[in-house]
Design a binder for this molecule. Structure first.
Ligand SMILES: C=Cc1ccc(O)cc1
Length: 179
Protein backbone atom coordinates (compact mmCIF):
# COMPACT_ATOMS: atom_id res chain seq x y z
CA UNK A 1 0.00 0.00 0.00
CA UNK A 2 1.43 3.33 -1.05
CA UNK A 3 2.05 5.72 1.84
CA UNK A 4 2.18 8.83 -0.34
CA UNK A 5 0.44 12.01 0.75
CA UNK A 6 -2.14 13.17 -1.77
CA UNK A 7 -1.94 16.92 -2.54
CA UNK A 8 -2.74 17.43 -6.23
CA UNK A 9 -5.11 16.00 -8.84
CA UNK A 10 -2.10 14.35 -10.45
CA UNK A 11 -1.37 12.48 -7.20
CA UNK A 12 -4.84 10.89 -7.46
CA UNK A 13 -4.79 10.05 -11.18
CA UNK A 14 -3.25 6.62 -11.81
CA UNK A 15 -4.08 5.39 -8.31
CA UNK A 16 -5.70 1.97 -7.84
CA UNK A 17 -7.93 1.47 -4.78
CA UNK A 18 -9.69 -1.35 -2.97
CA UNK A 19 -12.25 -0.38 -0.34
CA UNK A 20 -15.08 -1.86 1.68
CA UNK A 21 -18.30 0.06 2.23
CA UNK A 22 -19.81 0.02 5.70
CA UNK A 23 -22.62 -2.19 4.31
CA UNK A 24 -19.96 -4.82 3.48
CA UNK A 25 -19.79 -4.25 -0.29
CA UNK A 26 -16.20 -4.52 -1.55
CA UNK A 27 -15.12 -2.52 -4.64
CA UNK A 28 -11.91 -2.08 -6.59
CA UNK A 29 -11.52 1.13 -8.59
CA UNK A 30 -8.82 2.75 -10.74
CA UNK A 31 -8.49 6.43 -11.72
CA UNK A 32 -7.25 5.62 -15.23
CA UNK A 33 -6.82 9.26 -16.31
CA UNK A 34 -8.52 12.62 -15.77
CA UNK A 35 -11.73 11.50 -17.50
CA UNK A 36 -11.80 7.69 -17.30
CA UNK A 37 -12.30 5.03 -14.59
CA UNK A 38 -12.15 1.21 -14.44
CA UNK A 39 -13.64 -0.91 -11.66
CA UNK A 40 -14.36 -4.42 -10.41
CA UNK A 41 -17.00 -5.38 -7.85
CA UNK A 42 -16.06 -8.08 -5.35
CA UNK A 43 -18.93 -7.99 -2.88
CA UNK A 44 -22.53 -6.77 -2.66
CA UNK A 45 -25.64 -6.65 -4.84
CA UNK A 46 -23.74 -6.78 -8.15
CA UNK A 47 -20.57 -8.68 -7.15
CA UNK A 48 -18.81 -10.03 -10.24
CA UNK A 49 -19.54 -6.99 -12.42
CA UNK A 50 -16.56 -5.20 -14.01
CA UNK A 51 -16.15 -2.23 -16.30
CA UNK A 52 -13.30 -0.54 -18.12
CA UNK A 53 -13.04 2.87 -19.78
CA UNK A 54 -16.10 4.41 -18.15
CA UNK A 55 -16.07 8.18 -18.82
CA UNK A 56 -16.23 10.19 -15.57
CA UNK A 57 -15.88 13.68 -14.14
CA UNK A 58 -12.88 13.81 -11.78
CA UNK A 59 -12.02 16.91 -9.75
CA UNK A 60 -10.04 17.89 -6.66
CA UNK A 61 -12.18 19.88 -4.20
CA UNK A 62 -9.29 20.91 -1.94
CA UNK A 63 -5.81 19.36 -1.53
CA UNK A 64 -6.24 15.61 -0.95
CA UNK A 65 -10.04 15.57 -1.40
CA UNK A 66 -11.45 14.25 -4.69
CA UNK A 67 -14.91 13.98 -6.23
CA UNK A 68 -15.73 11.56 -9.05
CA UNK A 69 -19.12 11.29 -10.79
CA UNK A 70 -20.45 9.35 -13.75
CA UNK A 71 -23.56 7.91 -15.36
CA UNK A 72 -23.55 4.36 -16.76
CA UNK A 73 -25.17 2.61 -19.74
CA UNK A 74 -27.41 0.80 -17.21
CA UNK A 75 -28.77 4.17 -16.03
CA UNK A 76 -26.93 3.83 -12.70
CA UNK A 77 -25.36 7.07 -11.44
CA UNK A 78 -22.41 7.19 -9.06
CA UNK A 79 -20.83 9.93 -6.90
CA UNK A 80 -17.61 9.13 -5.02
CA UNK A 81 -15.82 11.39 -2.56
CA UNK A 82 -12.31 10.21 -1.71
CA UNK A 83 -10.05 11.21 1.19
CA UNK A 84 -7.09 8.93 0.50
CA UNK A 85 -4.88 10.58 3.15
CA UNK A 86 -7.42 9.31 5.69
CA UNK A 87 -7.98 5.94 3.91
CA UNK A 88 -11.62 6.97 3.74
CA UNK A 89 -14.32 7.46 1.09
CA UNK A 90 -18.00 8.14 0.72
CA UNK A 91 -19.94 6.75 -2.22
CA UNK A 92 -23.51 7.22 -3.33
CA UNK A 93 -24.92 4.86 -5.94
CA UNK A 94 -28.27 5.67 -7.59
CA UNK A 95 -29.57 2.41 -9.05
CA UNK A 96 -32.55 2.37 -11.42
CA UNK A 97 -35.21 -0.03 -10.16
CA UNK A 98 -34.43 -2.59 -12.89
CA UNK A 99 -30.88 -3.18 -11.59
CA UNK A 100 -32.30 -3.91 -8.14
CA UNK A 101 -34.87 -6.27 -9.71
CA UNK A 102 -32.46 -7.97 -12.15
CA UNK A 103 -28.91 -7.48 -10.82
CA UNK A 104 -27.75 -10.62 -12.66
CA UNK A 105 -28.13 -8.86 -16.03
CA UNK A 106 -25.40 -6.39 -15.01
CA UNK A 107 -23.02 -8.98 -13.51
CA UNK A 108 -20.64 -9.38 -16.43
CA UNK A 109 -17.83 -7.55 -18.22
CA UNK A 110 -20.13 -4.72 -19.23
CA UNK A 111 -17.99 -3.47 -22.16
CA UNK A 112 -18.96 -6.58 -24.15
CA UNK A 113 -22.69 -6.12 -23.41
CA UNK A 114 -23.46 -2.41 -23.82
CA UNK A 115 -26.44 -3.17 -26.10
CA UNK A 116 -28.00 -5.41 -23.45
CA UNK A 117 -27.62 -2.67 -20.81
CA UNK A 118 -29.26 -0.09 -23.07
CA UNK A 119 -32.09 -2.46 -24.03
CA UNK A 120 -32.70 -3.38 -20.39
CA UNK A 121 -32.87 0.24 -19.21
CA UNK A 122 -35.66 0.83 -21.76
CA UNK A 123 -37.49 -2.46 -21.12
CA UNK A 124 -37.62 -2.42 -17.31
CA UNK A 125 -38.59 0.15 -14.65
CA UNK A 126 -36.36 3.11 -13.74
CA UNK A 127 -38.32 4.26 -10.67
CA UNK A 128 -38.29 4.24 -7.72
CA UNK A 129 -34.51 4.38 -7.69
CA UNK A 130 -32.49 2.58 -5.03
CA UNK A 131 -30.08 5.03 -3.39
CA UNK A 132 -27.13 3.52 -1.54
CA UNK A 133 -25.11 6.16 0.37
CA UNK A 134 -22.22 4.64 2.37
CA UNK A 135 -18.87 5.48 3.88
CA UNK A 136 -16.02 3.13 2.97
CA UNK A 137 -12.61 2.20 4.35
CA UNK A 138 -9.75 2.01 1.88
CA UNK A 139 -7.87 -1.29 2.34
CA UNK A 140 -5.38 -0.91 -0.51
CA UNK A 141 -3.86 1.87 -2.63
CA UNK A 142 -1.37 1.28 -5.43
CA UNK A 143 0.48 3.57 -7.84
CA UNK A 144 -0.50 1.95 -11.15
CA UNK A 145 0.27 4.98 -13.32
CA UNK A 146 -2.21 6.43 -15.79
CA UNK A 147 -3.66 4.56 -18.78
CA UNK A 148 -2.52 1.15 -17.54
CA UNK A 149 -4.84 -1.44 -19.15
CA UNK A 150 -3.28 -4.22 -17.05
CA UNK A 151 -4.75 -2.99 -13.74
CA UNK A 152 -8.32 -4.19 -14.33
CA UNK A 153 -8.41 -6.68 -17.20
CA UNK A 154 -9.88 -9.94 -15.90
CA UNK A 155 -12.99 -11.29 -14.21
CA UNK A 156 -12.97 -11.01 -10.41
CA UNK A 157 -12.48 -14.25 -8.46
CA UNK A 158 -12.87 -15.07 -4.75
CA UNK A 159 -9.64 -14.06 -3.03
CA UNK A 160 -8.49 -11.63 -5.74
CA UNK A 161 -8.43 -8.62 -3.42
CA UNK A 162 -6.48 -10.62 -0.82
CA UNK A 163 -3.94 -11.53 -3.53
CA UNK A 164 -3.62 -7.86 -4.54
CA UNK A 165 -3.20 -6.70 -0.91
CA UNK A 166 -0.61 -9.44 -0.34
CA UNK A 167 1.42 -8.17 -3.32
CA UNK A 168 0.86 -11.42 -5.26
CA UNK A 169 -1.07 -10.01 -8.20
CA UNK A 170 1.06 -7.30 -9.83
CA UNK A 171 4.79 -7.09 -10.53
CA UNK A 172 6.91 -3.95 -10.08
CA UNK A 173 5.61 -2.62 -13.44
CA UNK A 174 2.01 -3.11 -12.27
CA UNK A 175 1.44 -6.03 -14.67
CA UNK A 176 0.06 -9.41 -13.67
CA UNK A 177 2.49 -11.83 -12.05
CA UNK A 178 0.07 -14.62 -13.01
CA UNK A 179 -1.70 -15.44 -16.28
C1 LIG B 1 -21.71 1.28 -9.90
C2 LIG B 1 -20.38 1.43 -9.90
C3 LIG B 1 -19.60 1.81 -8.75
C4 LIG B 1 -18.23 1.79 -8.84
C5 LIG B 1 -17.47 2.13 -7.73
C6 LIG B 1 -18.11 2.46 -6.55
O1 LIG B 1 -17.37 2.75 -5.45
C7 LIG B 1 -19.47 2.49 -6.46
C8 LIG B 1 -20.23 2.17 -7.57
Amino acid sequence: MTDKQFQTLDDFLGTHFIYTYDNGWEYEWYAKNDHTVDYRIHGGMVAGRWVTDQPAEIVMLTPGVYKVTWTEPTGTDVALDSLPNEQKMHGTIFFPKWVQDHPEITVTYQNEHIDLMEESREKYATYPKLIVPEFAKITYMGDAGQDNDAVINQTPYAGMTDDIRAGKFYDEHYRHTQA
